[in-house]
Design a protein around this ligand. Sequence first.
Ligand code: SF4
Length: 256
Amino acid sequence: MFDFPPIAPGEPVRISASTFVAFRQCPDSALARLQGEWGPESRAAFSGGLAHRLFARHLSGEPIEGQDFGRVCRSEIGGSNLNYKLGALGLKPSELGRVIDEVGAIYERFKKIPADGFVGAEVALMVEPAESVTLVGSVDAVFMGDEGVRLVDWKTGELGEVVDQLHFYALLWTIEKDELPQMVEAVSVRTGERVTEVPDSATVATTAGQVADMVGRLRSAWEEDRGIERRGGPWCKFCGILDSCAEGRAATRLGV
Ligand code: SF4
């Protein structure tokens, strides 16, 4: 459908949607993630992860009855990487009970969202647009309508800046399926907010250019053993190198 921009050869690199978004916010935070330096676990991310498991289960034809809710949540936690996150958070049983109650309230809202045209949950995408460059993503839900496919990303908090993430999914879908999705959306189950993008070829080509530029800058930084660029912002509190980053400490002090 389009030619991916050329990328100079170099270290193998695997880019997820969250790493792409991190790079767009602050290149050095993405560099840190790719070197295994992740930010701290958070209660919000844990409850969001649990809610996403339940959304996928619900859409796939396994709605959860009220009396089973706690048991199903604990089973989902025990059978997934949420168990490690729970350990890292060190939540006491009473705190876990409160998280499950909060997730239950979100699930009740989720059940009211129409699911017409649903065809898949947690749909994995993986493409290799250039040698040793792998792009991966997991789309929360895919719906089929009269005019094509709609990709949806559920959020359990406020939406925030989601456009880069939506464009990344549109790029992966276009390369893997050789067709543009008709629509990519982020939907906040908590607030009802919705951001909708209708990608065209120009949008996808622009995102491909951003990915190619990202890979080139990452590879140059690795070759020359240096950083790229630091941009402080609200995302710093989730960064794995915040403690050693003057820009990040300044941004968090200022409450940017
Ligand atoms: S702490 Fe902030 S400024 Fe520093 S690398 Fe991380 S995201 Fe960038």
